[in-house]
Design a protein around this ligand. Sequence first.
Ligand SMILES: [Zn+2]
Ligand SMILES: [Zn+2]
Ligand SMILES: [Zn+2]
Length: 346
Amino acid sequence: MPELRKDPIVDRWVIIAKNRAQRPQELDSALHTRAPGPCPFCEGNERATTPEVLAFREPGSAIDAAGWRVRVVPNKFPALTTEGGSEHRGEGLYQSLPGFGAHEVIIESPRHLVSTSELTHDGLCEVIAAYRDRLLALKADRRLVHAMVFKNAGAAAGASIEHVHSQLIALPVTPTAVQEELDAALAFHQQRRCCIFCDLVERERASGERMVLDLPGFVAICPFASRFPFETWIVPTAHQSHFESITHAAICELALALREAIRRIETALNRPAYNYVIHTAPFDTSDLGHYHWHIEVAPRLTKIAGFEWGAGYYINPAPPEEAAAFLRSAEVDFTTPQNVPIKEAR
Ligand SMILES: [Zn+2]
Ligand SMILES: [Zn+2]
Ligand SMILES: [Zn+2]
């Protein structure tokens, strides 16, 4: 069984999950090719996955059979399991928890598409609705404190299967990256009496320098201290701390913004591997005035190397102001990789 271990020096959890080593590597990161054989995520191959926990299906179609549009299944090689309790095990310095949690895969299309940008608008709306529905279902389990939705697109971003999909991991603890944001946002709110994300949206709109998209309900910006070249955040313009509180209307607006942001990144950078992650408030809090959910998108154009690993800081060779300008012009200006304003830093 997997185990969550807390670093005895800093406030950081690690998931020790031996079974993850057994998962098949369909995508070869060196060759960028797909292994032969049937795709487990294509319609008709439902038996190749674990039984579904959610599916949006055509009326009359059977569970775990063809006829679905979006399908959510537990990961076959989970980093965490739903068996057992979530009680702390402490031995002095060494604190640990059983690897309790959920690890699910959201299969975004029955067809063998490889990118979010290939989904129809309605299709992407249903993917976002599936994220919301799964978070609401997992939130009902009091042992879980947080769920993170993420996408690994392309082998260089950690994907092992090409078919368009995303994942979610629900944990009995709040991930460090989210906790750091929560703490900083709370301190800002106590001092200035406003949400730092709402303030940031206002400032970025006023300057326009780092703005990629300003659409109804959502903006896409390259953040001031971008860690990665072309890092892009998609932020709702109305204050909301919990992603799972998203309305039907906002789902449609988010689908437009997310698809357009990814389409621009793909056009401008010649379809790079990328990750996105939804940062949202923990389940055991409600309607926080200081926190504001958002999506962070990071194209994988540079490798995390010695300094980044050692320092926890990043060296970004692409200024976010130039990256944003490049993404703004991406629609009209189809650009080849040679025109990408990135210099190799290391
Ligand atoms: Zn497929
Ligand atoms: Zn806000
Ligand atoms: Zn964040």
